[in-house]
Design a protein around this ligand. Structure first.
Ligand SMILES: [Mg+2]
Length: 411
């Protein structure tokens, strides 16, 4: 067989093996057909419907239906924009319906990049909730928790923290089993551009009372909520340092990363941020500039579970840790726990509900930790009976003003 004949023989053999959809000799394949037909060696599953519904106090839940009877859950919401996000989910549905839900990375790329205008809170939150549901379906189809599909588990139990603003509430949370907490800055909305010495002193004293209430073994983060001016942030961090907060969260707004990086360099307390940062591209600058060493991607805003895994990998290279942000519902919590269970650099998971009244088996906290979930997918089942009296809400973001002159302030 001469060289030309041999090449033709190989081309014929390859074409026979892979079918006519995949061409040889430099001809393009048919990507749409490949992604439409691809099912590997698995039973067919197609997405049939994306159903969203508002749940009190301010949540938006997604049920992604399939023709296999598997339903995937997600929380595709930006707080205060539930209706806008619900509409964004339906627009994503025009792409997803009829497709196999198990090609998650491919769908993420298509949903994110084909929108042309990338990112932002609404589109990335809608995408995040949809992505959670895709993982839930894939895990349920394979009978495995999501962390198992991401190379886990990396830990036996997952630390969670509770919110507390007063000595009474932090003691109560301690009695409920929590060992890590987060608080806010006392009267932060009235701090102004340059706060008085009394404001700084009272804010530090307030934190000192919490430290006194639970002792030096407890971890207490403090969230500036992006509501403190850079002028005040440096002073307040300095005043808090003797009580060693677990972390200082959003010491300033995150739109100017250099300002946060300057604050990070002035203190020994870890800086945390991430709830208003989207995708790997958003977190890149935070890491490169050393603006934070604790990243708080929100599973409902940052791009979903696997995007969280990618961000965790980027963080690992900077010796930064991951503390998933979550002021939302039990689906968001379940997604964060799956991420926590699959990464090496997890710190602590935020929660505001363990799922009581929302899911059939609410999470339990013991000695500050939630046991590793073991059920497939996200590991939770909605309690439809308990949800019946929580359907619908009109939650809006608060309007906050400086009392001294009526000007707008952050909350
Ligand atoms: Mg926060």
């Amino acid at each position: 067989m001469n060289q030309r004949t041999r090449r033709k023989f190989i081309q014929r053999t390859v074409a026979a093996a892979f079918g006519s959809a995949i061409a040889v000799s430099g001809k393009a394949i048919n990507p749409k057909k490949f992604h439409q037909d691809y099912e590997g060696n698995k039973e067919s599953i197609k997405i049939t419907k994306l159903e969203t519904f508002k749940v009190k106090p301010r949540f938006l839940f997604l049920k992604m239906h399939t023709d296999a009877g598997i339903i995937g859950l997600g929380e595709p919401i930006t707080e205060g924009r539930a209706d806008t996000c619900a509409e964004a989910v339906q627009e994503i549905g025009k792409y997803l319906i009829g497709k196999d839900p198990r090609k998650i990375t491919h769908h993420w790329q298509a949903m994110y990049r084909h929108s042309f205008y990338r990112g932002g809170p609404i589109l990335t939150s809608a995408l995040s909730g949809v992505e959670q549901a895709l993982w839930d379906i894939k895990g349920k189809a394979l009978g495995l928790p999501i962390y198992d599909l991401l190379g886990g588990p990396t830990r036996e139990r997952i630390r969670v923290y509770a919110h507390a603003r007063t000595p009474e509430s932090i003691r109560k949370a301690r009695e409920e089993g929590y060992t890590a907490f987060k608080t806010g800055v006392k009267n932060s909305r009235q701090s102004g551009i340059v706060a008085s010495p009394r404001f700084i002193e009272e804010a530090a004293d307030n934190f000192a009372e919490l430290r006194e209430a639970v002792g030096d073994d407890a971890d207490i983060g403090i969230d500036f909520h992006g509501a403190i001016s850079p002028q005040n942030a440096a002073l307040l961090i300095k005043a808090l340092e003797p009580y060693q907060p677990y972390f200082i969260e959003e010491p300033v707004q995150c739109q100017n990363v250099d300002i946060m990086a300057d604050l990070a360099k002035k203190t020994h307390i870890p800086i945390a941020t991430g709830e208003r940062i989207f995708t790997k591209w958003g977190f890149r600058e935070i890491l490169e500039k050393g603006a934070a060493s604790i990243l708080q991607p929100d599973m409902c805003h940052a791009g979903g579970i696997f995007e969280g895994r990618i961000i965790a990998g980027m963080a690992e290279a900077y010796y930064a840790a991951i503390a998933p942000h979550n002021p939302l519902g039990p689906i968001s919590l379940a997604a964060g726990l799956q991420l926590a269970a699959s990464i090496p650099n997890f710190l602590c998971q935020e929660q505001v509900t363990l799922g009581e009244g929302y899911i059939t088996k609410p999470f339990q906290v013991e000695e500050g930790y939630v046991p590793l979930p073991t059920d497939p997918g996200l590991g939770i089942t909605l309690d439809d009976d308990a949800l019946a009296d929580k359907m619908g809400h009109d939650w809006l973001n608060p309007e906050t003003y400086l009392e001294s002159d009526g000007s707008v302030v952050d909350w």
